[in-house]
Design a protein around this ligand. Structure first.
Ligand code: ATP
Ligand code: MG
Length: 196
């Protein structure tokens, strides 16, 4: 399962768990993206922080693991590289690439999408409010899974932290504590004083 995971939240974890059950997967490998210069208009947290939050969030599930392939490669992540690296590490495994249906429609709109489809089966997870009609996914090649409604996004979590609002229960407890410990997502220039 690929993502920026800035931070990882319960939407990601429910999606992974749902897909694992529906497709009978032995393992879900979470793959945090390498360090992009920016995502949209914002800076992305350091890869090492996103990696550690992903490890913390998945540690209690014996079927969830985390891969450093995209982080180790450095620079922005291209899905073709992710899949090629994972294939090399696991030559005998059947690979499924899980990500949001929004991201998937972008990935598969690129040239070479046939090559992608040879490397893995693609599974797009949808989130409440996502309009599937707008996704333009190649028919038959991709499975879509509706995840039990969890309207959580990383953007919303970051925004809450920057306003001094809690993210308890939106992200795993250890991730709440990691965000606090590392001072992630606090708005620059500091808005509201921290009350202790
Ligand atoms: P951001 O708000 O920064 O875009 P995000 O919450 O979408 O972050 P990503 O790390 O970009 O998190 O997520 C990886 C993939 O997981 C995305 O393609 C996204 O669509 C999907 N995803 C995120 N949240 C949910 C959710 N609550 N339910 C189902 N899928 C989700
Ligand atoms: Mg997103």
């Amino acid at each position: 399962m690929g993502g920026t995971f800035d931070p990882i939240h319960h939407g990601h974890l429910v999606a992974a768990s749902e897909v694992a059950v529906l497709f009978g997967l032995d393992e879900v490998v979470f793959v945090p993206t390498g360090q992009p210069w920016q995502k949209g208009h914002r800076e992305v947290s350091p890869a090492e922080d996103r990696y550690l939050m992903t490890v913390i969030a998945t540690a209690s599930n014996p079927r969830f693991t985390v891969s450093r392939v995209d982080i180790a490669r450095g620079g922005p992540t291209y899905t073709i590289d992710t899949l090629t690296d994972l294939r090399r590490q696991r030559p005998d495994d059947e690979l499924f690439f899980i990500t949001g249906a929004d991201a998937l429609s972008q990935i598969l709109s690129w040239r070479d999408s046939e090559r992608f489809l040879e490397l893995a089966h693609f599974i797009g997870v949808t989130r409440p409010g996502f309009d599937l009609g707008a996704a333009h996914l190649p028919e038959g090649a991709v499975s879509l899974v509706e995840v039990p409604a969890l309207a959580i996004s990383s953007s919303d979590c970051r925004e809450r932290v920057s306003r001094g609002m809690p993210v308890w229960y939106l992200v795993p407890d250890g991730v709440v504590q990691y965000i606090e410990k590392r001072g992630l997502y606090r708005s620059r220039g500091g808005t509201r004083p921290t009350v202790r």
